[in-house]
Design a protein. Structure first.
Length: 128
């Protein structure tokens, strides 16, 4: 516990990190100690138990960032690897959707501006 307090003090006064970042470090520390000790094996058990508890890979990866900062500072010689996450595939518009979007008529000036902006984005994404 004492090395972590020193880590937080050094980050606060020497690196001048924000109070929110310090709060993030404490959250990561509490999370890691909830499931194990601060050793390489304990941290691996923490990752496994976190995932078993239903915590998403993205959330665990966020906390791994904070834990890795502390591991670098303590010079333990280990670094946690980020979890592999599934790629999110966003739905695309089919030709009928694009035709309807383009032909949609608007009477209000502000809606026409929004419509023009949306069509600009669609046009640029089609070019990519």
């Amino acid at each position: 516990m004492r090395p972590f307090i020193d880590f937080v003090k050094e980050r606060t006064y020497l690196k001048n990190v924000s109070p929110r970042t310090i709060e993030f470090y404490w959250d990561c520390h509490k999370s890691a100690f909830r499931f194990g000790e601060f050793t390489e094996g304990g941290l691996k058990r923490w990752i496994i138990r976190s995932r078993e508890a239903g915590i998403s890979a993205a959330s665990v990866n966020t906390r791994i960032t904070g834990i890795n900062a502390c591991l670098r500072w303590t010079e333990m010689g280990c670094k946690l690897e980020f979890l592999k996450m599934q790629a999110r595939i966003f739905p695309t518009l089919i030709f009928a959707d694009l035709t309807e979007l383009i032909q949609h008529s608007l009477r209000c000036r502000s809606r026409r501006q929004i419509h023009t902006l949306v069509l600009t984005f669609v046009g640029h994404s089609v070019q990519i």
